[in-house]
Design a protein around this ligand. Structure first.
Ligand SMILES: C[S@@+](CC[C@H](N)C(=O)[O-])C[C@H]1O[C@@H](n2cnc3c(N)ncnc32)[C@H](O)[C@@H]1O
Length: 319
């Protein structure tokens, strides 16, 4: 299946630059989008299967129970564009409900995984036009010419609480750019994790099988492999906790000793206990997220919660 490559026009050297800048900063940090090489994407799919990671189960149930109503609200003949499509599993629920979807455009930064996921999807759903795009959606990117030429209601689908990985200001900027993609009458269908008790959140990001820890440390393996890094993975610990003041899960990799690490011929000093901040996952009260989207010019027209009220899927329209 041909892959529309919008990434090569974005930042060819972005990974190296961002890692070197992030390791030279205090505190050290690396943007979470770099978790997702092929192995990182596989590990994320495994995280979704862990019992503590309620986010996937809750969102899947919401989509299964409400897909018909979502389809009615969106109307016939829509073009779906999924930002951060990963395994492209959740879209299957919508493909089943929206039989007249004119095309599905999965967009992801993880190239090989995107190719594999969309090939599987194309085998299972041969009746749909599937047009994968390799791109970083935090930068402007072009849709494949076939998709751009389709005159249909556009719907950006952004499940998985992926929006929570952005700082609220950046989330607002992304929603603004989505508005320009779907206007004049299009929609945003988005999965947003809801604020809840600390222990549920802490458990979700510290699964007993250690998959989230492996996912976090895979970033160091990727740096070792792609940027000639010298990280000793056994000397870094996965740490994830809910920061109640900032309403976000923070993920870190903590150095267990004083050490130097080299990356792309540059040396970086770590003190014992010093961390690399690798991810935030913001949680939003329902009203707060409505307001954030309103600032970006999107009007909430519906939302659905799971039975525990732990996760939400929200539908916004330009306006
Ligand atoms: C939290 S996972 C969600 C995956 C899937 N949508 C789900 O709901 O299970 C985030 C996905 O977004 C992709 N991603 C993260 N940052 C991205 C970026 N800046 N541009 C494109 N894709 C990105 C990752 O590769 C990954 O597949």
């Amino acid at each position: 299946m041909p892959l529309h490559d919008a990434y090569q026009h974005q930042e060819a050297d972005g990974f190296k630059q961002d890692v070197l800048t992030g390791l030279a900063s205090l505190p050290k940090s690396i943007p979470p989008k770099y978790f997702y090489d092929e192995r990182g994407s596989q590990l994320f799919a495994e995280i979704c299967r862990q019992p503590e990671y309620y986010l996937t189960n809750s969102e899947v149930k919401i989509l299964q129970e409400n897909a018909e109503e979502m389809a009615d609200r969106i109307g016939p003949g829509a073009l779906f564009i999924e930002y951060g499509s990963g395994a492209s599993e959740k879209i299957r629920i919508l493909l089943n409900a929206l039989q007249d979807m004119v095309a599905y455009v999965p967009v992801d930064i993880s190239k090989e995984y995107l190719q594999q996921a969309t090939q599987k999807l194309a085998v299972d759903y041969p009746q749909f036009k599937i047009l994968p795009v390799y791109a970083d959606y935090t930068h402007e990117f072009a849709l494949p010419p076939i998709a751009a030429a389709i005159d249909a209601t556009k719907v950006v689908f952004l499940p998985g609480s992926t929006v929570g990985n952005l700082e609220p200001m950046d989330a607002r900027a992304l929603l603004e750019s989505i508005r320009t993609v779907v206007q004049p009458h299009g929609f945003l269908l988005i999965g947003v994790d809801v604020t809840k008790e600390k222990h549920i959140l802490d458990c979700a990001y510290n699964d007993a099988a250690g998959v989230t820890a492996e996912f976090n440390k895979n970033l160091l393996s990727r740096i070792n492999r792609e940027l000639d890094g010298s990280f000793d993975l056994d000397t870094f610990l996965h740490r994830a906790f809910f920061n109640q003041d900032l309403n976000r899960i923070e993920m870190h990799l903590v150095s267990e000793k004083d050490q130097f690490v080299s990356v792309a011929n540059q040396r970086f000093r770590f003190h014992k206990g010093e961390s690399i901040h690798t991810e935030n996952s913001y949680k939003y009260p329902l009203e707060e997220f409505r307001q954030l989207a309103a600032q970006a010019g999107m009007k909430r027209v519906a939302y659905w919660l799971d039975s525990q009220g732990w996760f939400s899927v929200q539908l916004f329209q330009v306006g």
